[in-house]
Design a protein around this ligand. Structure first.
Ligand code: KIV
Length: 287
């Protein structure tokens, strides 16, 4: 049975929750089979699936396309789909309409949006429409240009006060979970202890009620930069690179396809075929 919002909230203060991103059917199936509690169809798909420099170009249609595939693959995990840049920033109406579209067309269980105090009215309206919301505060990648880069948030007194105010505002607006990205441990602990919502950390320490990572990062899928907070559980890039190189070599020296990957025809059929072919050629020559 699929996990519900109540199954997850029951875990607060008891057993931490696990969450990973997924963007396609097969990955969702595997993550689900591993028993991961929640899957996030993150707008990080802009970076890791579509090759954009940041998440800003991702559209509602992109999120729906990938969200549908993930929901088809995840039978038990609670699926959250991100609301992309400019799908909720301009107005409360936009926020409700786009959250509704995402939920209706993907059949996901919740949406996630970035921002604190300034977007609490959007969260409230979406929750009132019957759509569970995960808030996302701290480092919010959709505001990368305003933040001047991807930096740890909440280190100064002013920033820390802002983070606490954001957490309070999004919880009061009805968010059942709060993603805390790139936040110092002591601050993540304060938010977690003060809040009834589940805190899900990414670069926010084990003080949170749960953890989320981008699956390509934790699998070592990409050979480039990975943030300090990522733990690599595999080196998929090396495994894939080696396999692709081996395949290239096998194609070039004809060791692939081998006998095991090749179809055969009976000698009898082949003989008959050759005979008919010879007769046809002879007949052609006569006329
Ligand atoms: O889009 C995403 O993958 C996210 C995670 C970084 C939490 O928002």
């Amino acid at each position: 049975m699929r996990k519900s919002i109540f199954d997850l909230l029951e875990r607060k203060g008891k057993q931490p929750v696990s969450m990973l991103t997924a963007y396609d059917y097969h990955t969702a199936c595997t993550i689900d089979e591993a028993g991961i509690d929640m899957i996030l169809v993150g707008d990080s798909l802009g970076n890791v699936m579509l090759g954009y420099e940041n998440t800003l170009a991702v559209t509602v249609d992109d999120m729906i396309h990938h969200g549908k595939a993930v929901v088809r693959g995840a039978k038990e995990a609670f699926v959250v789909v991100d609301m992309p840049f400019m799908s909720y920033q301009a107005s409360v109406e936009d926020a409700v309409r786009n959250a509704g579209r995402i939920m209706k067309e993907t059949n996901c269980q919740a949406v996630k949006l970035e921002g604190g105090v300034e977007y609490a009215d959007r969260i409230k309206a979406i929750v009132e429409a019957g759509i569970p919301v995960v808030a996302h505060i701290g480092l919010t990648p959709q505001s990368v240009n305003a933040m001047g880069g991807y930096k740890v948030q909440g280190k100064s007194l002013e920033q820390a006060q802002k983070l606490l105010a954001d957490a309070k505002a999004v919880e009061e607006a009805g968010a059942f979970a709060i993603t805390l990205e790139c936040v110092p441990e002591a601050l993540a602990k304060m938010v977690t202890e003060r809040s009834n919502a589940l805190t899900i950390g990414i670069g926010a320490s084990s003080a949170c009620d749960g953890q989320v990572l981008v699956y390509q990062d934790m699998l070592g899928y990409n050979a480039g930069f990975v943030p300090k907070f990522v733990k690599k559980y595999a080196d998929l890039h090396s495994v894939m690179l080696e396999a692709f190189r081996q395949y290239k070599q096998d194609c070039e020296n004809r060791s692939f396809p081998g006998e095991g990957q090749t179809y055969s025809i009976s000698d009898e059929v082949l003989e008959q075929l050759k005979k008919e072919e010879t007769e046809r050629l002879l007949f052609k020559k006569v006329i």
